[in-house]
Design a protein around this ligand. Structure first.
Ligand SMILES: [Zn+2]
Length: 417
């Protein structure tokens, strides 16, 4: 007998939408063009914001800022964008995520990929070149003297976001999804929740056994391959991961690749028949998989991909936008979805983790140690005997059980047939 606790209340699939690379240069009306439909459908959008964008050769900055002298641009200086986002935060439509500090690359590696040394405090100069060490001037606390450490570097960005949006950003997404295990732990110790990739590819880059020259070579090839492409990536989380001892920190995500199951219905197959709808196809497969296991799904977007290459007003990648619209409809049609954001998902996981499931013979006992938890669901591989109003079976899958309320100090008992 296997009991798999589910994260979503009532066994619903948590659905998240994330857009990386919002920065000083972002025009707020572009976000509106891409996400107004999502908001109409009551989705929440998590924006990963680069607090102090450096001028660099990357599609996330406009072309005329790519090959110029290095300078940093604080999001705070884009008044229109900040007030637009503050309004959206007040309406609970947007979550603000800290996306590193400057988004800079050194030898192809992200700014949170390695151990922090004092010299990295200057984000303008390449930390690996022999340059005079002088500390960055924090645009928020100009008189603040920072010590040369990780938290100081992190806090420059965190303070910019606090000041720009009147919130403390508690979720952290590393630029290029490139972060070491040490830094994942340090982010947690600073009271933030790191969200990071946990696929084979990510583990390779975190491994101390692979020489850094090989990592740099690989990453530069990947960046070159994807630099001028537009993409939408489905990310998945595993319900089971959250109940294991490791990883203790944050929210690990997987890029679904070769899913064994492909239970796509005939109608859906026709819809995705067109080869040009590669991302729609990928998301369809992921959704089909998650419908069975009730795993959380996150769709990763980059608004600037739709306006390539920094077209001022109009969407230039129509095919990508069509796919995005179809993906939104697909997600909206899932009959058991929980449209949420990273912070709420994390809180829910903390609640579910405190629940103890014990199995003896054909009896399952469920306890909550600290406080009452509602709509707790889990999946079993046998049918159960329903004996009270507090326990209900899922409408679509009778092996998914929901306990409406678990009070602290009282046991909920369920018998298997
Ligand atoms: Zn980024």
């Amino acid at each position: 007998m296997k009991i798999v606790p589910l994260i979503g209340p009532c066994g619903k699939i948590p659905i998240l939408i994330r857009d990386d690379d919002i920065n000083f240069f972002t025009q707020y009306n572009k976000l509106n063009l891409i996400y107004s439909e999502a908001w109409k459908k009551s989705f929440k959008v998590s924006f990963s914001i680069i607090p102090y964008q450096i001028s660099m050769n990357d599609p996330c900055v406009p072309p005329n800022y790519r090959n110029v002298q290095k300078n940093c641009y604080s999001i705070e200086k884009n008044d229109k964008l900040c007030s637009y986002l503050r309004e959206k935060i007040a309406m609970n439509q947007v979550e603000i995520i800290q996306h590193g500090l400057t988004h800079k690359l050194s030898n192809g590696r992200g700014e949170f990929s390695e151990m922090f040394y004092p010299r990295i405090l200057n984000p303008v100069e390449d930390s690996r070149e022999k340059v005079p060490i002088h500390n960055i001037i924090d645009p928020v606390n100009k008189d603040q003297k920072y010590e040369s450490n990780f938290e100081a570097y992190l806090n420059i960005g965190r303070n910019i976001l606090k000041k720009s949006f009147n919130i403390d950003p508690l979720i952290f997404v590393p630029p290029y999804d490139d972060i070491s295990y040490e830094n994942i732990n340090l982010i947690s110790r600073a009271g933030m929740i790191p969200v990071y990739g946990q696929s084979k590819y990510h583990k390779l880059f975190r491994s101390n056994l692979i020489p850094s020259k090989i990592k740099s070579y690989l990453v530069l090839r990947i960046i070159k391959k994807f630099a001028n492409k537009g993409f939408i990536i489905p990310l998945m989380m595993s319900n089971l991961d959250y109940f294991k001892a490791e990883p203790k920190n944050g929210l690990p995500l997987y890029i679904p690749r070769r899913l064994k199951l492909n239970p796509i219905s005939q109608d859906e197959k026709e819809l995705i028949a067109s080869e040009s709808k590669v991302f729609l196809n990928w998301v369809y497969r992921t959704v089909a998989h998650c419908k069975i296991y009730r795993n959380p799904i996150c769709i990763l977007n980059h608004y600037h991909h739709y306006f390539y290459d920094w077209h001022q007003y109009k969407i230039t990648r129509d095919n990508l936008f069509t796919q995005w619209s179809l993906i939104l409809n697909l997600l909206d049609k899932i009959p058991f979805s929980w449209k949420t954001n990273f912070y709420d998902l994390y809180q829910r996981i903390q609640d579910i983790r405190k629940i103890k499931f014990t199995e003896t013979g054909n009896k399952i006992t469920i306890q909550s140690s600290q406080h009452a938890v509602t709509d707790v669901s889990f999946k079993v591989d046998k049918k159960i005997e329903l004996k009270n109003d507090n326990i209900i079976c899922d409408h679509y899958d009778e092996r998914i059980i929901t306990v409406k309320r678990i009070n602290p100090g009282t046991n909920v008992t369920i018998y298997l047939r």
